[in-house]
Design a binder for this molecule. Structure first.
Ligand code: GAP
Length: 453
């Protein structure tokens, strides 16, 4: 089994990610987050908001709509430029992204054994590449004609530009300042795959950071460092991250400079996040198309101008995938030294405590002792309002520890015979397996210190 297959299998088995509409055979490029995936996403979101909204000086959060006025996409250039090159196999009519075929991404998959071979039928007869627009088209209201056509947003950025004046005036901001957003995006990708890496519906977390023209290059460098640090602080290993500078000829239509932060996924180094210098492109274009003045009044300099924009962006599902890949550890024969190594492979998910979906598990040492079970349930009830928590009494204590290790639970609390005598409980650390005994009365304070301190 490849390492990506192992992540896919764990994700399904333990409730991180499910295929959307699975009972109907699934739907390509669309996945659902299960109970643990949803908690992980919520943790990620909270940490992102803490880091970039609460701790930063001048960044505010908005929550824009997924459907916007169709003119937005004309002004932004998405109607014209948000395309990928598409080719069709003349033999079987399967369609692929031209650059994916050319760079050999499909080699070895399906019938493709060499470059430019159709992965479906193996032939090498292709139509000329055509530009294919990735935006999902829809209709506003009950009439399905050209006048009511619009699109699901392919990026969250645009509502931060169209709301530029609203935010500026309502929040009385001064440059430099940022507008931030986390939200759903939709792209009709020609080819999808690599689990939740390339999706048709996904979430982006991004900031439009407005600066004075001339200060853009300085802030670009600042944001590359801040963005990278975010992933390191999420616990991603340094050696699995690198920067990729986009060559000038590959830059998006709005970009003066783009640096990607790449992660070493099981299928190779690929984009996890990016930082672009969007210049004053978007504000100027929206001013032009809407007829509204979106210039900034600089009181200090007594002048008006279009600010430049630095845009750090990241995909939420890609970050979840990177976190799972980075944390996934297999231990042949198991970690317990007190018993004989088994033939089993133990899985340990070394997720950072900030993103681990379950922080604490409460386990009665045995389940055939009513008093121990009752006490464990009492403790579970007591700590549940404070931390994402699970109670588990099924199977041997060793098996239960392993079940929790596999989903990255940070601490296991074991209620045993001594608990009944002196009201103490053991706290087991996931990574070191060291157990410490503490008073039940002190438990919440100690766990708060360990998890949030
Ligand atoms: N506003 C800029 C923008 O949208 P992007 O590089 O096209 O930039 C931002 O997308 C981030 O969204 C990427 O860095 C990536 O993490 C994620 N992303 C892009 N396309 C994706 C897809 N099809 N599936 C999942 N995540 C995607």
């Amino acid at each position: 089994m490849s390492s990506l297959d192992k992540i896919v299998s764990l994700s399904k088995r333990r409730g991180f990610v499910f295929q959307s509409s699975e009972i109907y055979g699934g739907i390509e490029g669309i996945w659902d987050l299960g109970p643990l995936g949803a908690l992980m996403k919520e943790n990620l979101r909270r940490f992102w908001i803490k880091r970039f909204i609460l701790e930063e000086e001048n960044i505010v959060l908005i929550d824009g709509s997924s459907i916007m006025h169709p003119s937005v996409w004309k002004a932004s250039g998405h109607m014209e430029h948000f395309t990928d090159p598409l080719v069709e196999c003349k033999n079987c009519h399967a369609r692929y992204r031209f650059d994916h075929l050319r760079d050999g991404k499909f080699i070895g998959q399906g019938k493709a054994k060499e470059k430019n071979q159709c992965p479906n039928c193996g032939k090498k007869e292709w139509s000329k590449p055509q530009r294919f627009n990735l935006m999902f088209k829809t209709f506003l209201g009950p009439v399905e004609d050209k006048a009511h056509e619009t699109y699901l947003r392919p990026e969250t950025a645009q509502s931060m530009f169209t709301n530029f004046k609203n935010v500026l005036n309502s929040m009385r901001l001064k440059l430099p300042f940022g507008i931030a957003q986390i939200g759903k995006c939709f792209r009709n990708e020609i080819t999808v795959g690599d689990f939740i890496f390339r999706l048709r519906e996904f979430e982006i977390a991004e900031i439009e950071y407005f600066v004075r023209p001339g200060e853009d290059e300085k802030y670009f460098d600042i944001w590359v460092k801040k963005w990278e640090k975010f992933f390191l602080d999420l616990g991603i290993k340094r050696e699995n991250l690198r920067r990729y500078e986009h060559p000038k000829e590959d830059l998006a239509h709005y970009s003066k400079r783009t640096v990607d932060i790449e992660y070493k996924f099981p299928f190779g180094w690929s984009e996890l996040a990016g930082i672009s210098n969007r210049t004053d492109f978007d504000l100027k274009r929206h001013s032009e198309f809407s007829g509204k003045d979106l210039k900034y009044c600089d009181d200090q300099r007594n002048t008006k101008y279009f600010p430049y924009v630095i845009e750090p962006t990241m995909g939420i599902e890609r970050t979840i995938l990177a976190l799972l890949c980075d944390a996934y550890t297999e231990i042949k024969g198991g970690r317990t030294k007190t018993t004989k190594p088994t033939k089993e492979v133990e899985i340990l998910l070394k997720l950072d405590k900030k993103v681990a979906p379950i922080k604490v598990a409460v386990l009665p040492l045995v389940r055939n002792n009513l008093k121990i079970v009752q006490k464990a349930k009492e403790i579970y009830k007591m700590i549940k309002p404070h931390f994402a928590c699970q109670y588990d009494e099924v199977g041997s204590i060793g098996r239960r520890y392993r079940r929790q290790d596999e989903i990255g639970t940070v601490f296991c609390l074991t209620c045993d015979f001594q608990t009944l005598e002196d009201d103490t409980i053991t706290i087991r650390d996931r990574d070191t397996m060291i157990q410490e005994r503490v008073k039940v009365d002190d438990l919440i304070g100690i766990l708060k210190e360990k998890l949030e301190g």
